[in-house]
Design a protein around this ligand. Structure first.
Ligand code: NAD
Length: 315
């Protein structure tokens, strides 16, 4: 029986992944942790412990005393926030990953999950249908930390046999919690404005295409990857993961079919520069071939689902 610890569980991804893991393994097998102690109230269906991932000793103690067998390490500083405080972001993103890989090695954990990102790509990466293996020259501190993290994951697998698995998520879009400072956050915010009857000012230009994914697909991909037999996991850095690719103009048009009076204006800021170095779309054939990945939600299905369900979360 597995005991699963999740770091950064109160974030946009963690809020949904923790629930999915509890549904699968039982809430008593799940230990949600986050630096934000006030988020404990979100986790009435499983256990919660406050944990700063920079505190390696405390983390190692929890893993030992609770006989943790798997860690999902989600705590990180995201792309836009990292650019405002690069050294802090580098230290947090790298030190926490290395602590977890060391704990996994020393305490012989069964599996580790750690998310990478399309931010590992850079200005010289092929933009269309970006391949699994290609030039990667990230020029954001977040992207540099994810690329270095991927190499560390592959290193711990090859040298020490740590079963660490990873996905390069595109921008994640969900309605159950707010995003945490990424370059694709506009694609969540836009739904809130439409439903609240307000105009939307977009921080990216109208034709900026980025790879995106509905949260349901991201959760499914994560669980599929983590439950695949080890011999099927051939990529030990991080798998490309494709979903949908759209521009602000396209998502606005899609929402307008449901909210005809919804207006958008464009005021690109520093996040435009980050977006300009990221791919337009992703080739995820390695994930398809190795462990059978297939996404379900297109732009229209996602839009319908969010517009149907988000109002209940805004009450
Ligand atoms: P988020 O910002 O919404 O959540 C991060 C969580 O980590 C927060 O609850 C925060 O309180 C917690 N945290 C911050 N510092 C901490 C610390 N020192 N100790 C413990 N907890 C701390 O982020 P998210 O969107 O849920 O992202 C989760 C992971 O997925 C990250 O590794 C991120 O890089 C990756 N990812 C996310 C996206 C996306 O679009 N959301 C895309 C690609 C990759």
């Amino acid at each position: 029986m597995e005991t699963i610890l999740i770091t950064g569980a109160a974030g946009q991804l963690g809020s949904e992944l923790t629930l999915a893991l509890a549904n699968m393994h039982g809430g008593d097998r799940i230990i949600a942790t986050d630096i934000n102690e006030a988020s404990a109230c979100k986790f009435d269906y499983c256990r919660f412990m406050p944990l700063d991932v920079m505190d390696r000793q405390k983390m190692a103690e929890i893993v030992k005393t609770e006989t943790v067998t798997q860690i999902y390490h989600l705590a990180a500083i995201l792309s836009a926030t990292s650019e405002k405080n690069p050294i802090f972001a580098w230290n947090l993103n790298m030190e926490s990953l290395l602590s977890i890989l060391e704990i996994a090695k020393e305490q012989k954990l069964n599996k580790i999950y750690w998310p990478s990102s399309i931010a590992v790509f850079g200005p010289n990466t092929p933009m269309q249908n970006t391949p699994q293996d290609c030039v990667m020259d990230p020029n954001t501190v977040y992207g540099i930390s994810k690329q270095a993290g991927e190499r560390w994951c592959a290193y711990y697998f090859e040298k020490y046999g740590v079963d660490v698995r990873s996905l390069r998520y595109p921008g994640l879009i969900g309605y159950k919690s707010m995003p945490g400072g990424g370059t694709t956050d506009y694609a969540v915010d836009i739904f809130h404005k439409a439903i609240e009857g307000e105009d939307f000012e977009c921080f990216l230009s109208e034709d900026t295409y980025l790879p995106m994914m509905y949260m349901d697909d991201a959760i499914k991909a994560t669980l599929d990857l983590m439950h695949a037999p080890a011999e099927q996991i051939k990529v030990r850095s991080s798998y490309n993961l494709g979903g949908i690719s759209f521009s602000p103009k396209e998502i606005h048009e899609c929402i307008k079919q449901h909210y005809p009076n919804f207006n958008i204006s464009y005021k690109p800021d520093f996040r435009q520069e980050i977006a300009d170095t990221w791919p337009d779309s992703i080739d995820d054939s390695a994930a398809q071939n190795d462990w059978g990945w297939q996404h379900s939600f297109g732009l229209e299905e996602m839009t319908k689902d969010i517009l149907a369900n988000l109002p209940a979360y805004l009450v």
